[in-house]
Ligand binder design. Structure first.
Ligand SMILES: NC(=O)c1ccc[n+]([C@@H]2O[C@H](COP(=O)([O-])OP(=O)(O)OC[C@H]3O[C@@H](n4cnc5c(N)ncnc54)[C@H](OP(=O)(O)O)[C@@H]3O)[C@@H](O)[C@H]2O)c1
Length: 342
């Protein structure tokens, strides 16, 4: 197999840093790695494996010779640069919302719908972080028992809002402990010692954009027939999103059978021994690749219902790791090419 030239766009950001780390550990055939970021950061040197790599400006011409670009520079950068990169024959995997709703560009969680990559036109969208970990769990359940409806509430970490939010949580916590006034800049309210039922902006139906992303992306990736309703909440947690899921299926199940099914499914680790206080925790999931599932129990209020608690690192499986796994699937399926008509 030949070596590939990779690029990370937004290489110095939170997700870009995790992408570097994930690529460093991966066994992918990476011949060359190009680090791209904004002009102000050009010339900064980043260590990667045994190499020292200088950051270059993310601009159209920088994509010449790049086979696969992993984007984590936000929607504006993606809308401007992804089409330019594709013109250079570069396949782009983008973390922003720019291409998620597209009818032609696949939106992919490798454990769920890797086959959607087959007819890509040079652009693959990486789903929302909360959607990714939820769908890794829903997929095997849907395949075996056919999901009718999901009710999900999220408890999301501040690292999903970038480094400024992480800094603000730390600063507010310190100020609170020292009896000083708390400064509020990133969120509409204090995040330390609080829970904000507000992620992204509100839309006309009363949901937030984050909630609608989870609904729309589930329909695009898994099945438009699944009924799903969501409430997304920002918590004073640095890293690791948690989700409470209530799932109703068409077919009957035994709860032990579901536990066994999930335990044998790709990307999932079961942590479910409540008698010994064992269940998934954000502080344990942070820095880890899997999606953790616990508190699995029957919903006794309906016929075929179950409840569970699901936790994953939002910067890894929710962003960088999923992107790198998409790149791995592209290589394995011999899909690192851009069709001539794009
Ligand atoms: N899968 C998910 O749901 C998920 C999860 C987390 C993040 N994301 C996406 O990933 C993006 C990055 O998130 P993050 O937390 O890593 O943010 P971040 O820490 O702010 O990092 C973004 C990086 O991209 C750089 N950048 C900005 N505009 C650029 C451009 N035009 N060209 C090249 N680089 C540019 C930034 O530089 P400056 O700081 O100098 O502006 C920064 O280094 C987010 O905007 C979001 O779209 C997706």
């Amino acid at each position: 197999m030949r070596d590939f030239t990779f690029a990370i766009v937004g290489a110095l950001g939170n997700v870009g840093t995790e992408m570097r780390g994930t690529l460093e550990k991966s066994k992918l055939p990476i011949g060359n790695l190009v680090m791209m970021d904004v002009a102000e950061n050009v010339g900064q040197v980043v260590k990667w494996r045994d190499r020292e790599i200088s950051v270059v400006e993310a601009a159209a011409d920088a994509f010449a010779g790049v086979d696969i670009a992993l984007f984590s520079a936000g929607e504006g950068a993606a809308l401007e640069l992804v089409p330019e990169a594709v013109k250079h024959g570069c396949v782009c995997v983008d973390n922003s919302t720019a291409f998620r709703g597209s009818d032609v560009d696949p939106l992919v969680v490798p454990e769920v719908n890797a086959e959607a990559l087959t007819n890509h036109r040079g652009i693959i969208a990486n789903p929302n972080c909360s959607t990714i970990q939820m769908l890794v769990v829903l997929k095997p359940i849907h395949e075996k028992y056919t999901i009718k409806r999901v009710v999900v509430s999220t408890y999301q970490a501040v690292s999903g809002s970038g480094q400024a939010a992480v800094d603000e949580l730390h600063a507010q916590t310190r100020a609170f402990a020292e009896g000083r006034e708390l400064e509020v800049n990133v969120y509409p309210h204090q995040i330390a010692f609080n829970a904000l039922p507000h992620i992204d902006s509100f839309v006309a139906n009363g949901y937030t954009k984050e909630e609608m992303k989870m609904i729309d992306e589930t329909h695009k990736i898994l099945d438009p027939a699944i009924g799903i309703t969501t409430t997304t909440v920002r918590m004073p947690v640095v890293n690791g999103h948690s989700e409470s899921m209530n799932i109703e299926t068409e077919k009957p199940f035994e709860i032990d059978e579901v536990r066994e099914l999930l335990a044998g499914s790709r990307g999932i680790i079961i942590e479910d021994d409540p008698g010994n206080n064992v269940y998934p925790l954000a502080i344990n999931a942070a820095g880890q690749d899997p999606v953790y599932v616990g508190r699995l129990r029957r919903d006794e209020s309906i016929g075929n219902g179950m409840n569970m608690w699901c936790v994953a690192d939002n910067l890894l499986k929710g962003a960088a790791l999923n992107t790198v796994q998409i790149a791995a699937e592209l290589i394995e399926r011999d899909l690192v090419r851009v069709p001539g008509d794009v």
